[in-house]
Design a protein around this ligand. Sequence first.
Ligand code: SAH
Ligand code: SF4
Ligand code: F3S
Length: 474
Amino acid sequence: MEVLELQNKTHDESKQGEAFAPFTAEVNNFQKYFYIESYGCAMNFSDSEIVAAILNEQGFGATTNFEQADLIFLNTCSVREKAEQTVRKRLTEFRKAKESKPQMLIGVLGCMAERLKAKLLEEEKLVDIVVGPDAYRSLPGLIEEAESGQKAVNVLLSREETYADISPIRLNSNGVTAFISITRGCNNMCTFCVVPFTRGRERSRNANSIINEAKNLFEKGFREVTLLGQNVDSYYWIDETKNEVVTFANLLEQVALVSPLLRVRFSTSHPKDITDEVLYTMAKYENICKYIHLPIQSGNTRILQLMNRTYTREWYLAKVDRIKTILPDCGISADIIAGFCTETEEEHKDTLSAMEYSKYDYSYMFFYSERPGTLAERRYKDDIPEEVKKRRLAEIVEMQNKLSYQSNLEDIGKTFKVLIEGESKKSGKDWKGRNSRNKVIVFAKENYNLKPGDYANVKVSECTQGTLLGEIVD
Ligand code: SAH
Ligand code: SF4
Ligand code: F3S
């Protein structure tokens, strides 16, 4: 059953354990090396690139071999219990490396650092440094402290920090797609969620720094940027020089204008905040990808209220209708939680029917995991037995598999513009890329002289549940 929790590509465990490969060429010229492993959502992966820039500035080079590292960092996630367990297991593996190299420092970054604070030092004896998501600028001082044998902690949350002036060092990069974070923190109080506690208040990053980052990436050959935030639609920044408010729709437009060859994606949209203005902006620009990640969490209004999602089933489904009216070819995906407190069998079925109505291309599906300190933990009993949660999750996964396959079958015979991201894992003779709707397409290279970052028109001939297969057409 464990694999069921691994569906999440963007937000968590599927990428766990993936070490970042150094992208910078100068990597071999350093005296000291750091190794960083990231868990959790795209925001954490993006933060690791900020951390890499800060460490680089201090003379540390990146390595993918942790035994070679002077500093090991784990950028952690607290969103579900399992995510924390994985990190703890990994820490015991690092203990061995440290035994043979006692001067090696181990640091825990990210949401687990924030949630557990100094307690983490008691619980995990071999950890030397604990740093929360808003305190990465203090890393150089903390490393110095730790080098002198003290335990170093900074978990202060900030109302302003956006790391806007730090140019991230792209790690594990395919050179084609990149994340740009546009907001940090979250002001929503979904009762199940630990993120507002680990990431603090929401704040928006300077729009000019976002646009400059997009321009720089484009100049370096990148062809797709994903604008990141827990709730991108609440992006709000005042440009004091022009006395203008920049909304998410304005920002999206400005990033789209960097170049028609630069694709723009974004994640995550909260159903309560995505506006018609955003949908019309998407419709106006071909290079804004027609794909919206719109987490539903549950298809039942009573459960949604307990979750404090602030919308009803009907309101959510009307939003789906609105998307399909303004953007008929738009793909939609969701996050779904099975077995939230007091959920009845009927209410679970409401989730299944809402999925069917929305026809998600894919979903990230989880069973409810109670998190200490959240409103749900304080207010409600986690009363759905684990086997019931897992059975409901299995039904949700089965429904999604059916919907994904149906959606892919409908694409057979259609031609899509595909951005090539690299070679297919299965065969060096094939390219792999995605269409605007975020579907993965694999196709033969043939004799066309294409490379990653190029666009190709591909006609779909076959599909599996997860992938479209096709061939290039002129
Ligand atoms: N900001 C995003 C989601 C962030 S967390 C949003 O609002 O949509 C990513 C996903 O993890 C959530 O959408 C939710 O489906 C899941 N999740 C969060 N807390 C959880 C918990 N306690 N148990 C199970 N899944 C949870
Ligand atoms: Fe968590 Fe809700 Fe904020 Fe998403 S919107 S990060 S689920 S509190
Ligand atoms: Fe992301 Fe996990 Fe933190 S989902 S915001 S890394 S708790």
